[in-house]
Design a protein around this ligand. Structure first.
Ligand code: 6GU
Length: 230
C-alpha cells in the first residue's frame, strides 16, 4: 500500500510516522508513506496557500490552486483509490471503515486547516471525508496520522501473532479486557488468579466477561449494539 499525505505543515508529520509500529512497517516495506509539502506547489510569489473567505468570517481558507496542482500531479503518476479529506464536518470513522481502507492500494490524505479548504476541492477532488471524533483540532495533520496508524497496523505482516489486531477493542464490537504483566504482586496489589491458572478456557471466559462489564459501564452504546446482535 502507498499513502501520500499532503500538508502545508509537513514538519508535523515526519517525526511521528518514523517510529514504532508505523516506522517499522515502512522500513520493512509493508507500506510506503510519502509526505508532500503543499507550499512547494503554490504559484503565489509569497508562498501563500490560504486566503480570506469570500463573504467574510473568521479564519483563512486554503486556496484551490496548490491543492489541485499537487493532487493532479500525483494522479498522473498512478491511480488512487481514494482522496481522503479528514475534517470535523464529516461522519465519524469507525473500525469497520478503517478495516476497509486497508484493502486499498493507493490513497491520498489531504490535511487542511480546520477553517477549511475551498469547497471546489471537496467537490471535485475529494472522494471520502472522515472525522475522527466530535471535537475540533486545529488542522488535519493529527487526524491524518490517526488514520495512517489505524490502517498500517492492520496490514498483513505488520503486527506479529502476539500483538494480533483480531482481539482489538471494537473488532468484536466490545472494549478490550484489562491486561496485566509481571510482577504478579506489585506493592501488595495482586493480579486476578485465573490468569495464572493455565486454564485457557477459563481465561477466555474471564476476558469475555470483563470486556462485557467494561463496555456496559463506560460505553453503553457499544454494549447495547453487542447484546442486540448476539
Ligand atoms: Cl478529521 N480534522 C480536524 N481539524 N478536527 C477534527 C477532525 C478532523 N476530527 C475531529 N476533529
Amino acid at each position: 500500500m502507498r499513502i501520500d499525505i499532503i500538508s502545508a505543515v509537513p514538519e508535523l508529520l515526519s517525526g511521528p510516522l518514523d517510529y514504532s509500529i508505523v516506522g517499522r512497517a515502512r522500513k520493512a516495506g509493508h507500506v510506503e508513506v510519502v509526505i508532500h509539502d503543499l507550499r512547494s506547489y503554490t504559484t503565489d510569489k509569497h508562498g501563500k496557500v490560504d486566503d480570506y473567505p469570500y463573504g467574510g468570517g473568521a479564519g483563512l481558507v486554503m486556496t484551490p490552486q496548490p491543492i489541485f496542482d499537487c493532487i493532479q500531479s500525483l494522479q498522473k503518476q498512478r491511480a488512487y483509490d481514494e482522496v481522503i479529506f479528514p475534517t470535523p464536518d464529516a461522519p465519524v470513522i469507525e473500525q469497520q471503515k478503517v478495516n476497509e481502507l486497508t484493502l486499498l492500494n493507493n490513497i491520498i490524505l489531504l490535511c487542511g486547516h480546520y477553517k477549511g479548504v475551498d469547497q471546489r476541492v471537496r467537490d471535485e477532488l475529494v472522494t471520502l471525508e472522515v472525522s475522527i471524533g466530535d471535537y475540533v483540532l486545529s488542522g488535519g495533520e493529527l487526524p491524518a496520522m490517526v488514520l495512517v496508524d489505524g490502517i498500517v497496523r492492520l496490514l498483513p505482516g505488520v503486527l506479529g501473532d502476539a500483538e494480533s489486531a483480531l482481539d482489538d477493542s471494537f473488532q468484536d464490537g466490545l472494549l478490550s479486557p484489562p491486561v496485566y504483566t509481571r510482577p504478579a504482586n506489585f506493592r501488595g496489589n495482586t493480579i486476578p488468579e485465573v490468569l495464572t491458572s493455565g486454564n485457557h478456557n477459563e481465561i477466555r471466559k474471564w476476558r469475555e466477561q470483563k470486556a462485557i462489564e467494561l463496555s456496559k459501564k463506560v460505553r453503553p452504546d457499544l454494549y447495547n449494539k453487542f447484546i442486540n446482535k448476539s
